[in-house]
Write a protein that binds this ligand. Structure first.
Ligand code: PRP
Length: 189
């Protein structure tokens, strides 16, 4: 086993392959930070993240943004699996900052069907921000149901069960610094 997985003991053993190493993630995030700093110069953007998966990405991206900015969070939760499939999500934590007339950059860790993002964007758009753009670290295009323009995108991910860097399996593995494919046996446990 490679050192990156070894360092994480039993969690490392549950990882079949490292799909995106930590260094590759950090390099791409630095590029995104540079681009966002250029695009939003003088606009004092409000960067909004959706908990919890975005935590690691948001912390690393914001450290690579070199212009003045502010940040805020929302949290959403599905009513049920069925409701989620129909695009209904519930906002369990709203923004503290009014966004009317602000330049808002919305951060997501992963977009899969697009239903969650679509709901959130509709909600935020109704508050009439000056602009509203999306920055997604991981794009899973295979199951997309709604096409949403992504101004900034980190990586396309294949249709595999991946964990790490904020992505979980039953709330675990978020703290791995890389993106790894979970062993099939773990999913059967
Ligand atoms: C992830 C992600 C999005 C959603 C994307 O959240 O942060 O909110 O899934 O999926 P979709 O495009 O199919 O709607 P998750 O429910 O895993 O919550 P977490 O961030 O707390 O892990």
């Amino acid at each position: 086993m490679d050192d990156a997985r070894k360092a994480y003991g039993s969690m490392g053993k549950d990882i079949q392959d490292i799909l995106i190493p930590a260094e590759t993630l950090q390099k791409r995030i630095a590029d995104l930070g540079r681009q966002i700093s250029l695009d939003y110069l003088g606009l004092n953007p409000l960067v909004v993240g959706v908990l919890k998966g975005v935590l690691f990405f948001m912390a690393d991206l914001l450290r690579n943004i070199t212009i003045p900015m502010e940040m805020d969070f929302i949290a959403v939760s599905s009513y049920s699996a069925e409701a989620r499939d129909q695009g209904y999500v519930r906002m369990v934590k709203d923004l503290e900052t009014p966004i009317h007339g602000r330049h808002v950059l919305f951060l997501e860790d992963v977009i899969d069907t697009g239903l969650t993002l679509n709901y959130i964007l509709q909600n935020l758009r109704a508050r009439q921000p000056a602009s509203l753009e999306v920055c997604v670290l991981f794009n899973k295009p295979e199951h997309r149901l709604i096409n949403i323009p992504l101004k900034y995108k980190g990586f396309d991910l294949p249709d595999q069960f991946v964990v790490g860097y904020g992505l979980d399996y039953r709330e675990k593995y978020r703290n791995l610094p890389f993106i790894g494919v979970l062993n099939a046996e773990v999913l059967k446990r």
